[in-house]
Design a protein around this ligand. Structure first.
Ligand code: ZN
Ligand code: ZN
Length: 139
């Protein structure tokens, strides 16, 4: 935690218990990939005075310092993930649940074509219907 505080300070964020609670909240979702609203609701239980804009600002900084991942589902939907190891995401279009995809399963598809190039950032999201939502009638 101490190291995270140092990094956040270096990134120009003033540290308060409320702000640190944002990181704790993201971590507390275990496998569920929360929206900023989900995180906001969670932090609000303990710190009723926190605003949604503060939550957004802290989430941005946490992404910037690499403490959490941001999953861009669409231009209007972002989700967050405290799991730091490299992996990808499958998003169900219907129930919005996000499933983790192991890194190796995806990389085998594009590793060869990208040989010789340096990857700086990746945002790879697979959209579809999960087992629970897929009926066979969908296109
Ligand atoms: Zn689903
Ligand atoms: Zn994930």
């Amino acid at each position: 935690m101490h190291e995270v505080i140092q990094k956040l300070k270096a990134a120009g964020l003033k540290i308060t218990p409320q702000r640190l609670a944002v990181l704790e909240a993201v971590k507390s979702f275990h496998g569920y990939h929360p929206t900023a609203e989900d995180v906001y609701k969670k932090v609000k239980e303990k710190y009723p005075a926190i605003s949604l804009s503060t939550v957004y600002r802290v989430l941005d900084k946490l992404v910037e310092i690499g403490e959490i991942k941001e999953i861009v589902v669409s231009s209007s939907e972002r989700r967050y993930d405290a799991r730091k190891d490299a992996h990808y995401h499958f998003v169900c279009k219907n129930c919005k649940k996000i499933y983790d995809i192991p890194k190796e399963m995806v990389e085998i598809v594009w590793k060869k074509p990208l040989e010789g190039k340096k990857i700086l950032n990746q945002n790879f999201v697979v959209v579809g219907l999960c087992e629970n939502c897929y009926t066979g009638n969908e296109e």
